[in-house]
Design a binder for this molecule. Structure first.
Ligand code: HSE
Length: 298
């Protein structure tokens, strides 16, 4: 028996939602194939599109599957094949895509013993291996789709934020690598009340803007006091790209996850066309390749 699934890439830390807001995108992600084995082994086949660890204790997919099997008291062996359609370390939730997809596929292979929402803690086990932290803002949208908000980590509670129908996302990925575990270390441990007040004002505003399609509010709410100021230094030409994209009509811009990818929101796909040549020019001057990917929140 075999199961083949697609697990999407995702944008985490959406504006003020550090470790809290994330949405899934289309077109980038992992294609994962699980095949049942007659023995009890979890065996990782050579991956396509990336060089992933083949030791089951060091691979996010098998760590997540093993956590699920332990919970179920199952010893089902599986062959695991991952085809990656985007680069790990790009800020688009690569480990979450593998961990979430792996537990989803394993649950299907086992005859769906658990509801999809109940798989989240096992996907988080895999995510924690790669990023050395329990953050659910990639895993939740990768597993459940759409725009997910983590209301609480203990206990783990999520809710889904509706988004305007034609809202489009432009992913901008300059070809440099940023490790989530390192980027985590830059984030301040404390905030002043004045800073926190600004942040929770923007959180409320962003949720309201998504519900009501209030693009002016969205534009001003997608800002961040916590990660953006310290992490943007790791991203070449961040301020220049942000300025150019906002001037061309974006209704929001920020770092995707821990970077180096950035995301820009537009009212519709046509609006997102205008800024692409400016972005390419900026990175040509820096002698850096940039990948642009237009998507919907999915
Ligand atoms: N919320 C996580 C972080 C996302 O900022 O570290 C990592 O992709």
């Amino acid at each position: 028996k075999s199961v083949k699934i697609f697990s999407p890439a995702s944008v985490a830390n959406v504006g003020p939602g550090y470790d809290t807001f994330g949405f899934a995108i289309d077109g980038l992600g992992d294609v994962i194939t699980l095949t049942a084995r007659d023995d009890e082994q979890l065996h990782i086949l050579p991956a396509e599109g990336a060089d992933l660890p083949t030791d089951p204790k060091n691979n996010v997919a098998t760590v997540a599957i093993q956590a699920l099997l332990d919970h179920l008291g199952s010893k089902q062996g599986m062959d695991i094949h991952i085809k990656k359609l985007f680069k790990p370390g790009s800020g688009l939730g690569s480990s979450a895509s593998s961990a979430s997809g792996a537990v989803f596929a394993a649950n299907e292979l086992l005859g769906r013993p658990l509801a999809v929402e109940a798989l989240l803690p096992f996907a988080l086990e895999g995510e924690a291996l790669a990023s050395k932290s329990y953050h659910a803002d990639n895993v939740a949208p990768a597993l459940l789709g759409g725009f997910q908000a983590v209301r609480s980590y203990d206990p783990l509670e999520l809710f889904c934020i509706p988004t305007p129908e034609n809202l489009s996302v432009l992913i901008i990925f300059p070809d440099v690598q940023v490790k989530t575990a390192e980027a985590k270390g830059l984030v301040p441990k404390e905030l002043s009340v004045a800073e926190a007040r600004e942040q929770w004002g923007n959180i409320g505003a962003l949720i309201h803007a998504m519900h009501t399609s209030d693009y002016d509010l969205m534009r001003s709410a997608i800002t961040d006091r916590i990660a953006e100021p310290v992490r943007k230094k790791l991203i070449p030409a961040y301020d220049t790209v942000k300025k150019a994209v906002m001037e061309k009509g974006a209704v929001g811009f920020n770092i995707s996850g821990s970077g180096p990818s950035m995301f820009a929101l537009f009212k519709n796909a046509e609006d997102a066309q205008g800024c692409q040549s400016s972005i390419k020019e900026i990175y040509e001057k820096q002698d850096l390749n940039v990948l642009l990917h237009l998507s919907q929140i999915n």
